[in-house]
Design a protein around this ligand. Structure first.
Ligand code: DQA
Length: 158
C-alpha cells in the first residue's frame, strides 16, 4: 500500500492545549489517529512525524523524495508551523526533491492573523495549500493530494 506522509513542525505537539481559540482542543494524537483512519478509508498507509527541529523535517522531506521516486509514497502533507514564515531551508528542501507533491496545511487562517503570518516560504514550493479549516484541513489536504496526483477532475476530459 502506498504511503502518505503527514509532517508537523514546531509547537504542533502542543495541539489541544496551545491557544485553543486559534487551534481548537483536538490533540496531535487525535489528528494523527484520524489521518490514519482516513488513509485506511481511501487506500493509503499514513505515516506521521512531528518535530520541533527544522533539520529533522528537512531530513524527512529528503527521505520522502527517495520514497516518492521509488513509487512507495504518494506525497506529503505538511503543517510547518512558524517555520512557514521563516524557513528558506524548508523551501529549498521541497524544491530539492521536486516533483514530490507537498501540500501545505494550516489549521488557522493565517491571512486573517498577524501580518508576519501572511508570508510563506513554503507556498511557492507547494503543490497546494489548505488554510483555515481547523484540524479538518489535514483531511482536506490528504484528499487534495489524492485528487492532484491520481484523481484530478481538472484533467478529466469531458
Ligand atoms: C499554523 C500557523 C502558523 O502561523 C503558526 O506559527 C503555527 C500553526 C497553523 O496551523 O495555523 O504554529 O501553521
Amino acid at each position: 500500500m502506498k504511503k502518505i506522509l503527514i509532517l508537523n513542525g514546531p509547537n504542533l505537539n502542543l495541539l489541544g492545549t496551545r491557544e485553543p481559540a486559534q487551534y481548537g482542543y483536538t490533540t496531535l494524537a487525535d489528528v494523527e489517529a484520524f489521518c490514519k483512519a482516513h488513509g485506511e478509508k481511501i487506500g493509503y498507509e499514513v505515516e506521521c512525524l512531528q518535530s520541533n527541529w527544522e533539520g529533522a523535517l528537512i531530513d524527512k522531506i529528503h527521505e520522502a523524495g527517495r520514497l516518492f521516486k521509488a513509487g512507495e509514497l504518494l506525497g506529503v502533507v505538511i503543517n510547518p508551523g512558524a517555520l512557514t514564515h521563516t524557513s528558506i531551508a524548508l523551501h529549498d528542501a521541497i524544491k530539492g526533491v521536486d516533483p514530490l507533491p507537498v501540500i501545505e496545511c494550516h489549521i488557522s487562517n493565517v491571512h486573517a492573523r498577524e501580518e508576519f503570518r501572511h508570508h510563506s516560504w513554503v507556498s511557492p514550493a507547494a503543490a497546494g495549500i489548505v488554510v483555515g479549516f481547523g484540524v479538518d484541513g489535514y483531511l482536506v489536504a490528504m484528499d487534495g493530494l489524492v485528487r492532484k496526483t491520481v484523481n484530478s477532475a481538472a484533467t478529466k476530459k469531458p
